[in-house]
Ligand binder design. Sequence first.
Ligand SMILES: Nc1ncnc2c1ncn2[C@@H]1O[C@H](COP(=O)(O)OP(=O)(O)OP(=O)(O)O)[C@@H](O)[C@H]1O
Length: 356
Amino acid sequence: MIQARGLTKKYGSKVAVDHADFAVQSGHVTGFLGPNGAGKSTTMRMILGLDHPTAGDVTVNGKHYRELGAPLHEVGALLDAKAIHGGRSAYNHLLCLAKSNGIAKRRVDEVLGLVGLQSVAKKPSKGFSLGMGQRLGIAGALLGDPGVLMFDEPVNGLDPEGILWIRNLMKQLAKEGRTVFVSSHLMSEMALTADHLVVIGRGKILADTGMQEFIDTNATSHVRVRSPQLAELGPLLARQGWRVEVEGDESLRVYGPRTAQVGDVAGDNKIRLHELTAVQPSLEEAFMQLTGDTVEYHAGIPGGAPAAGVTADQVPAATPDGSWVSAPPPPGAAPPPPGAAPPPPGVQGGPNGGQG
Ligand SMILES: Nc1ncnc2c1ncn2[C@@H]1O[C@H](COP(=O)(O)OP(=O)(O)OP(=O)(O)O)[C@@H](O)[C@H]1O
């Protein structure tokens, strides 16, 4: 288990990690997410004693890293796959690590087999691809058979087969009761691998929660409806008090109702539908929703940021004048009575109106 309490790191006036409290439990794959520069690597470095906290502390199995008697047997880490002496072979690199940590030679062959590098084990690692380097780093992390494993962007540079392999490896390690703490920017991959999340933004812990709970708390499911009569359907749906967003030339996202309710409105008004789907939110949507304000390095989006999940180019393209895009009703508010007037144009925002 990894436990951080009030963990803080300042570089001059820059607060890289700001009073972070979180726990990484054994038996789970815990994803460590955050935008660029959020403080993930700094946190991992402090866990491994490579950086000293300015305040607070972090322990592995109840001890500071420097207090661990046989560190490689307790915690294995892949932080930077390139941090390997390029002239050494994979075998010799691992053998040096093993010898200096009292680990049996046969374990080197074992981990080389585990990561699939036997055939290139005697070649200098400077000729390795990024993916091979990642595998060698993972072999080093596994060498001491530790109960706690940390991986910083482990799928970086791996091909699809490699990504699947590391996903299964991490799940297997957690199943064996180990603590697995992994950072990644690949949300779809994280959604498939982690069951718990620690989310950091500008050095502060924004969430420490289960995967599904995180998604449910930070993003909303919606109904996707596709119709050749969007210009008629949009205002009718908005009149029910539901938030309606344009998703493409022929579809809308409707927040609030069940699919049957959207179908009923369309049917009552003789509007043809080509699709009616309940869409569950993704980890990416939830992550963007939570961390949007904490992103340090923004790329410019012409016309401003769109609502989560709706790309900037889709918003104006398919909206006639945007007047029927409604804001969400206040929680608990009753929908307006049938036949009530639609919201007046412009009152609840323009083409992207009411979307924040
Ligand atoms: N040695 C250092 N000196 C000064 N500032 C640093 C140093 N290391 C990190 N920082 C700053 O601390 C902040 C956190 O950096 P960190 O590398 O921990 O973020 P990260 O979440 O790992 O980012 P990324 O996802 O881009 O790898 C950043 O603003 C970074 O510029």
